[in-house]
Design a protein around this ligand. Structure first.
Ligand code: URA
Length: 202
């Protein structure tokens, strides 16, 4: 049975309340805000990053810092914006000093991503960075070998197309990769157009 956009929004709000009370891992002790996700829950395209950074923790929204600005620029270069996509992270709370997620944090938080995917049923997931890539494909896969390629995967008992790319923070640190990064977003655009994916709010 199809879940309406309104119901999806309501269920995500419930999930946010649940997460605000979540103590499954020690990250709850240092967080200011939980960051569940943002954008259009009715889109068939989901972007998944790693974990909230400082700005995201302060504002409760994903990708609102410098990495988010680059992400917005890449999206705009192919005629997309946040209203067209749903954006979330593998971890919903900020690791102190933006350190890499720990295995136990990934395990504790995974059920929430599973529930988001089951509820929103994206057809395409753009993974940003290796922790997101490893979550949807398998741990240890090298981004440099798979980025820009399409993978047919199953996650949360849903069949998805996974398009791996770099994390925007990596591209900010290594600007020579920006042209390749742009190509990955062009690939996303081609996929959206070829599959005629839904980007609208209703
Ligand atoms: N980096 C991420 O992976 N996610 C964010 O929301 C912000 C920075």
């Amino acid at each position: 049975m199809e879940v309406s956009c309104e119901e999806k929004r309501a269920l995500l709000s419930d999930m946010l309340v649940e997460l605000q009370n979540c103590t499954r891992c020690p990250l709850h002790l240092s967080r200011t805000n939980v960051v569940l996700g943002d954008g259009n829950p009715c889109s068939e395209v989901m972007l998944v990053g790693e974990a909230p950074g400082r700005q995201e923790d302060l504002q409760g929204k994903p990708f609102v810092g410098k990495a988010g600005q680059l992400l917005d620029k890449m999206l705009a270069s192919v005629g997309l914006s946040r209203e067209h996509l749903y954006i979330t992270n593998v971890l919903k709370c900020r690791p102190p000093n933006n350190r890499d997620p720990l295995p136990e944090e990934l395990t504790s938080c995974k059920p929430f991503l599973i529930r988001q995917v089951r509820l929103l049923e994206p057809k395409v997931v753009l993974t940003l960075g290796r922790y997101s890539l490893w979550t949807f494909l398998s741990r240890g896969v090298k981004i440099s070998q798979v980025r820009g390629k399409l993978f047919y995967a199953e996650f949360a008992s849903k069949k998805l197309i996974v398009l791996p790319t770099f994390h925007p923070a990596f591209v900010l640190r290594n600007p020579k990769y920006e042209p390749i990064y742009k190509r990955d977003f062009q690939k996303l655009r081609e996929l959206i157009d070829t599959l005629n994916l839904r980007l609208s709010q209703d």
